[in-house]
Design a protein around this ligand. Structure first.
Ligand code: SF4
Ligand code: SF4
Length: 339
């Protein structure tokens, strides 16, 4: 029987999300990459090494995720992965859309990479491809099968939106068939494509899901998939009555690094020049006020301050004007697995 637990924030673990480029071969409708804010350059190998070394003091506690854009478009990805292993990061994950450019599976070994993490937004091409691009379902699933057959451990990320939440339950058999070890459910945010070009997104654009939809569908589906032996992780989103709110920016160590040198502690801030750290002259330095760190200090009845600013539509208020529930930090996760 699968058991659920909330993954508490911890200062003893560091999560480093390193965008080594922002270029991508796909143009997903919910993509959060914003070149105006994140840069459009492909970081040279030496810069990546220098920036990774800035985190070396705590590398044994640091989970490194290499991502983009599409990171396999970087010609030096195999060298970057091996260098990360030498720097002794606790784990090394590569997030990919499944196109696996530059024969990356031939150029690294399963001992070099803890997870290849694939993105797929539906159990069939009919659901996935309108969101991620024609043919992307077939390419991604073929990439997963190839990775699994070579001995790599794989995970899969599914971004839930109004366009695919009703198909989430059909993912279980596919995940089993593909040999996926971990399943990450994400929730669409008002970032990237939909925030920059809402008019271009169109009236049938994937939108946010309601609290009712989320609570009725996601936790039960996660439990059923976990019963298949697959560990499932999803964001908490809505705090339950009596649950304490905490902002990861204050109580955890997460870093989101972009090619233009910006380093954020909060993903909801990534569409704005609110980063609290930045690389300059090859050093990681604090940025001047006002930045995201000032927002982390604000306490409001709605919970997350950035959510209140950028997506207030997901909060409901009672007749007395008080919020009916709090929005959790977007980094607070539920994990469901068989114990
Ligand atoms: S969501 Fe990922 S795969 Fe899709 S366009 Fe953006 S970077 Fe590329
Ligand atoms: S999502 Fe909200 S609670 Fe979490 S780090 Fe950002 S501001 Fe803090």
């Amino acid at each position: 029987m699968a058991r659920k637990r909330t993954v508490a924030f911890s200062r003893s673990a560091v999560n480093l999300f390193f965008h080594i480029l922002t270029r991508c071969n796909l143009n997903c409708r919910h993509c959060y990459i914003n070149p105006d804010q994140h840069g459009s350059q492909t970081l040279p190998f030496d810069t990546i090494r220098c920036w990774l070394e800035a985190f070396q003091a705590r590398s044994r506690e640091t989970n490194l995720v290499l991502l983009g854009g599409e990171p396999t478009l970087h010609r030096d990805l195999a060298r970057i992965i091996r260098m990360a292993r030498k720097l002794a990061f606790a784990s090394v994950t590569v997030d990919t859309n499944g196109y696996l450019f530059h024969d990356i599976l031939d150029r690294v070994a399963p001992s070099d990479v803890d997870y290849f993490s694939f993105s797929l937004d539906g159990p069939t091409p009919a659901v996935n491809d309108p969101l991620r691009g024609k043919g992307s379902f077939d390419v991604c699933t073929a990439g997963i099968r190839k990775a699994v057959s070579r001995g790599f451990t794989t995970s899969l990320i599914y971004t839930v939106s109004s366009a695919n939440i009703d198909h989430l339950d059909r993912m279980g058999p596919l995940l089993q068939d593909l040999g996926i070890a971990r399943f990450f459910i994400q929730v669409i945010g008002l970032r990237g494509q939909s925030a920059i070009h809402p008019e271009a997104a169109g009236s049938d654009a994937p939108g946010q899901v309601s609290r009712g939809q989320w609570c009725d569908i996601v936790p039960p589906v996660a439990a059923r998939i976990a019963d298949l032996g697959i560990t499932v992780t999803y964001p908490k989103v809505f705090l339950e009555p009596g649950e304490a709110f905490a902002c990861a920016g204050k109580v955890a160590d997460n870093y989101f690094v972009f090619p233009n040198g910006r380093v954020y502690r909060c993903p909801l801030c990534e569409d704005y020049p609110l980063h609290s750290l930045a690389f300059s002259d090859e050093m990681l330095r604090a940025t001047p006020k006002i930045n995201e760190a000032d927002l982390f200090e604000l306490a409001i009845p709605e919970g997350c301050v950035m959510n209140r600013l950028v997506q207030p539509g997901n909060i409901e208020y009672g007749p007395d004007g008080r919020p009916l529930y709090q929005i959790a930090c977007c980094l607070l996760k539920e994990e469901v697995r068989i114990e």
